[in-house]
Design a protein around this ligand. Structure first.
Ligand SMILES: N[C@@H](CCC(=O)N[C@@H](CS)C(=O)NCC(=O)O)C(=O)O
Length: 239
């Protein structure tokens, strides 16, 4: 009998899209991956929206659990953590802390950084520069970075010494400060945390799956990738 991995992941190379990839690569478990092509609007196709009613990535289907479907990246990380018993502390207080920082990412860092990126990297190149929105979202992102920096004082990871799903969720977004044009000057604990996770082989491997976008992190052929990214989201901008 041929082996079939439990987890089938539907994703693309974006901050939310990489979260489950980071988990699965860090955990070293087998999975199948279907690349969702935004330029073809696959995330809005009828078959995909049956899995993810929000028409966004990522989504997982667990074949090992009657094809149970999970959408929303935070819920996916939580589900995977419970399924594989990894990256979520067992101790009730530590577990709560992990979920607090996971929610902080889902409700704060992600949405604010996402809008900072949208207004500067997608809308602006297409002729819609909105000064007020840019100031609002970059300032709020910076404020949230300061909260992270304070939390990381004396800690290797967001919850003490162990790498958890809170780090997995937060890293791709915060590490993309270059792309959001948010400064990390004067935030040494945040920088040290980036350095620590930059050194994690499995996480870095995950950032190349399905495809690397090093320009998000200020590396590689930035101009080429900026143009590619603008094309990827082109139809998103409404005049
Ligand atoms: N809250 C959702 C957000 C998902 C999301 O915004 N995904 C983006 C990529 S990072 C997406 O699919 N964008 C394509 C679209 O909006 O059509 C989650 O965390 O899973």
């Amino acid at each position: 009998m041929s082996f079939q991995a439990d987890i089938h992941l539907y994703t693309a190379s974006t901050m939310n899209g990489w979260k489950p990839v980071i988990f699965l690569e860090e955990a070293g478990v087998d999975y199948d991956l279907t690349y969702i092509d935004f330029s073809k609007k696959e995330q809005k196709s009828e078959w995909y929206m049956k899995l993810n009613p929000n028409g966004r990535i990522p989504t997982i289907v667990d074949r090992g659990n009657n094809d149970f479907v999970v959408f929303e990246s935070g819920a996916i990380l939580w589900y995977l953590a419970e399924k594989y018993g990894k990256f979520l502390p067992v101790d009730a207080d530590r577990k709560s802390e992990t979920l607090q920082w996971l929610m902080f990412q889902m409700g704060g860092i992600g949405p604010m950084m996402g809008q900072a990126m949208y207004f500067q990297r997608i809308a602006e190149p297409q002729g819609h520069r909105d000064e007020f929105a840019i100031e609002r979202y970059t300032a709020e992102s910076r404020r949230l970075f300061e909260v992270l920096n304070t939390r990381l004082e004396g800690r290797d990871y967001l919850v003490g010494d162990s790498f958890t799903i809170a780090d997995i969720a937060t890293y791709p977004w915060a590490r993309a400060y270059y792309w959001a044009k948010v400064s990390i000057d004067g935030l040494p604990n945040l920088q040290a945390w980036f350095d620590r996770i930059d050194d994690r082989e499995a996480t870095q491997r995950a950032l190349e799956i399905p495809k690397p976008y090093w320009a998000f992190f200020g590396k590689g052929d930035i101009e080429k990738l900026e143009a590619e990214n603008a094309a990827r989201f082109k139809s998103d901008v409404k005049a």
